[in-house]
Write a protein that binds this ligand. Structure first.
Ligand code: ARG
Length: 458
């Protein structure tokens, strides 16, 4: 006879391999705190509804309190043959308090129990992650503030396009992270509904009070269909989608840090504590941390696809397939949390080489558009101005000079409309200052953007 909870129905125990294959306690013990929280709320409701008496409730409360301490102190003995976190805790409770422990599972199933635990876990994780995104945003703001007039080339196709200030570039990431926070908050709001009460799938015949449980656990309401409550994991999928986007944003920034740190760019240097050397090449300083962020993004994207695939073939209601939601979900939370934590710190260690940024902006005819706009403002149709400037760039490139290094007669070869006032337009600062509208790169606008961002953060 095996020790399983349902052993009365079975003639033979499962094999050791099946036991190992079906067990989830190795990873779902991360849910222990939430499982206890959920059980306490459930037990209080059972007692309030007269389904168990107050002596049972008192015993359950003290037993679960002791178990919580045992788990926190690392004294709790997890048993594989008890399959998962729920049965491990319940069994221990019964050992501690006897029959009262056996009454806890009245009007409940592991199906609504686990759906509740995962929501509680994820809700706490989201709160944590939003806090970490805010820290990273603060680090971005601080760096942006120091560089509201640090000129760098803006790129399209990774070719020099138009000059921008570095602060503006950094604030682009602030905006992405702002939307990421909104996505997480949105996901949290939809997720914050109580599954308990759905029991196995159809609800329960006991006079339960779901709203009381929801209120105790800080849910905004109850799941309104019992089949849906135990079977869907869309909230976890939504979270993983939001997480994949956050990682994608961080991966893009990482790619830029890696490029900028390359001596051919030389825009920035990362603090040594985020880099490693090479075992063979003594001169190397490699940007391992941003490279790993880029790499781990693949892993988080993979978890999203894993969960979508897990869900797509499941008939209603609960299926054991859903046990497979946990490892991708936990790994997503842990990878994202670590990444955000490390990123906030890494940004404070970025050293900027203003001269290199400026020199790079000087090299790629970054103000060519400004010259075309100048001609257009003097009456030339934009397409013709574009063509005239293209010829001027070709000419300047022939003698390896910037447009601003051409003499006035040379420039006038390309258009009679060009005058001495052109040189103010062709400078990097002239170009940047002229983009003076909301969302533009003019330092005055970037300062306002930073102010708006501070307000949003607070
Ligand atoms: N460990 C299971 C899970 O994660 C708990 C629910 C099991 N329910 C069941 N009927 N087998 O989904």
């Amino acid at each position: 006879k095996n020790g399983n909870t349902w052993s009365g129905r079975f003639d033979e125990p499962v094999s050791e391999l099946v036991q190992r294959y079906t067990a989830s306690v190795g990873f779902d013990r991360r849910l222990a705190e939430y499982d206890i929280q959920g059980s306490l709320a459930h037990a209080r409701m059972l007692s309030g509804a007269g389904i168990i008496d107050e002596h049972d409730l008192a015993a359950i409360e003290s037993g679960l309190g002791q178990i919580r301490d045992e788990i926190r102190n690392g004294e709790f003995v997890w048993l594989l043959e008890l399959e998962d976190v729920h049965l491990n805790i319940e069994k221990r409770l019964t050992t501690l308090i006897g029959d009262a422990g056996k009454r806890l599972h009245t009007a409940r199933s592991r199906n609504d129990q686990v759906a509740t635990d995962v929501r509680l876990y994820l809700r706490a994780a989201i709160d944590d992650i939003i806090g970490l995104i805010h820290s990273m945003q603060r680090a971005l703001l601080e760096l942006a503030e120091q560089h509201v007039d640090t000129v760098m080339p803006g790129f399209t196709h990774l070719q020099v396009a138009q000059p921008v200030v570095f602060g503006h570039h950094l604030m682009a990431y602030f905006e992405m992270l702002k939307r990421d926070v909104e996505r997480l908050s949105d996901c949290r709001r939809r997720m914050n509904k109580l599954p308990l009460g759905a029991a196995a799938l159809a609800g329960t015949s006991y006079p339960i009070n779901r709203k009381a449980v929801a209120q105790q656990l800080g849910f905004d309401g109850v799941c309104e269909n019992s089949l849906d409550a135990v079977s869907d994991r869309d909230f976890a999928i939504e979270f993983c989608a939001a997480a994949a986007l956050i990682m994608t944003h961080l991966s893009r920034l990482s790619e830029e840090l890696i490029l900028w740190m390359n001596p051919s760019f030389g825009f920035i240097d990362l603090a040594d504590r985020f880099c490693t050397g090479s075992s063979i090449m003594p001169q190397k300083k490699n940007p391992d941390v941003p490279e790993l962020v880029r790499g781990k993004t693949g892993r988080v994207n993979g978890h999203l696809v894993a969960l979508l695939t897990l869900m797509k073939g499941q008939p209603l209601a609960y299926n054991k397939d859903n046990q497979e939601d946990k490892e991708p979900l936990f790994d997503t939370v842990e990878t994202l949390t670590d990444t955000l934590r490390i990123y906030a710190d890494m940004l404070t260690g970025v050293r900027v080489n203003r001269d290199a940024m400026r020199a790079a902006a000087m090299r790629g005819y970054a103000t060519a558009t400004d010259l075309a706009d100048y001609l257009t403002k003097k009456g030339l149709p934009f397409r013709e101005a574009h063509e005239a400037v293209a010829r001027a760039v070709r000419f300047a490139d022939g003698s390896a000079r910037d447009l601003s290094a051409l003499t006035l007669p040379e420039l006038q070869e390309f258009s009679r409309l060009i005058d001495g006032d052109i040189y103010a337009v062709l400078t990097l600062e002239g170009s940047i200052d002229s983009r003076d509208h909301i969302g533009g790169t003019a330092p005055a606008q970037v300062r306002t953007a930073i102010k708006r961002a501070r307000k949003w953060l607070s």
